[in-house]
Design a binder for this molecule. Structure first.
Ligand code: IPE
Ligand code: IPE
Ligand code: MG
Length: 244
């Protein structure tokens, strides 16, 4: 495998395990969510250091709205505080921040904060950081289909012109490099409706480490594991092996 392929261009992470981390310390679940902020900071720094181009984090799923109201409220409070505190540093670090998901589900003040953070960092290119909130992979595919239907309705497109490449352009993250590495912390072996379309050929990596404990060494282990994978995309090993 060539040097270039060793560092994934685009990493996505299901940041799971905050609740169990807090429970082990006899603290409320919100304590675990708060502790997860440090892991986000460490991960951003590691990605900048390693030259990863895009980082996509699952912060709140479309299904997480079903959690107890006090936990949802605590998470919203945490988003607001994180936005107020971290955006300037992200901007100075060269990070471009965006939010993906059904943003209309959030109240207006939070939406405005998210928009302001995106605008504030829009000129950056070192690391494209996307935070998925009120996000579901199925939602993403549906909203892309809806845009395709609109285009057909306006006579810009015929139904038979809709193919994978065209639909892809309407999905979230379409402007970023393809997803190379999909990481899930917290020991569960499932996708939980994250990036279903984009993960079609991502390498999957699962670790028992709970999200608040995830650090530079953990990310490096994931990247090393990724570097040892042979990505065949349906071809044979002989077809993709580098020439001797
Ligand atoms: C992930 O941690 C964070 C969110 C879903 C917001 P959890 O809160 O799911 O933690 P566990 O899985 O219960 O330990
Ligand atoms: C997935 O974790 C969502 C986020 C990490 C934001 P969950 O803890 O909600 O997923 P399940 O319920 O274990 O599938
Ligand atoms: Mg969980």
């Amino acid at each position: 495998m060539t040097e270039v392929a060793r560092i994934p261009r685009h990493i996505a992470i299901v940041m799971d395990g905050n609740g169990r981390w807090a429970k082990a310390r006899h603290r409320p679940r919100s304590f675990g969510h708060n502790a997860g902020r440090k892991a986000v900071r460490a991960t951003v720094e590691s990605c900048l250091r390693e030259g990863v181009q895009a980082l996509t984090l699952f912060a709140f799923s479309s299904e997480n709205w079903q959690r107890p109201q006090d936990e949802v409220g605590a998470l919203m409070g945490l988003f607001v505080r994180a936005l107020d505190k971290e955006v300037e540093e992200l901007r100075d670090q060269g990070v471009r921040l965006r939010f993906i998901g059904d943003l209309a589900a959030f109240d207006e003040p939070l939406r405005q904060r998210m928009q302001a953070a995106m605008t504030r960092t829009a000129g950056n290119h070192k690391l494209h950081m996307s935070v998925a909130v009120s996000y579901g992979g199925r939602w993403d595919i549906v909203q892309a289909c809806r845009q395709a239907a609109q285009a057909v309705l306006h006579g810009e497109l015929r139904p038979d012109e809709i193919d994978e490449a065209r639909l892809d352009r309407w999905t979230s993250l379409a402007d970023l490099p393809p997803l190379d590495l999909f990481i899930r912390t917290g020991g569960e072996y499932r996708l939980s409706n994250f990036l279903l379309w984009q993960a079609a050929y991502a390498e999957l990596y699962f670790t028992d480490t709970l999200w608040p404990d995830f650090d530079h060494a953990c990310l490096q282990r994931a990247i090393e594991d990724y570097a040892g994978r042979e990505r065949r995309f349906g071809r044979t090993g002989e077809q993709v092996a580098p020439l001797p």
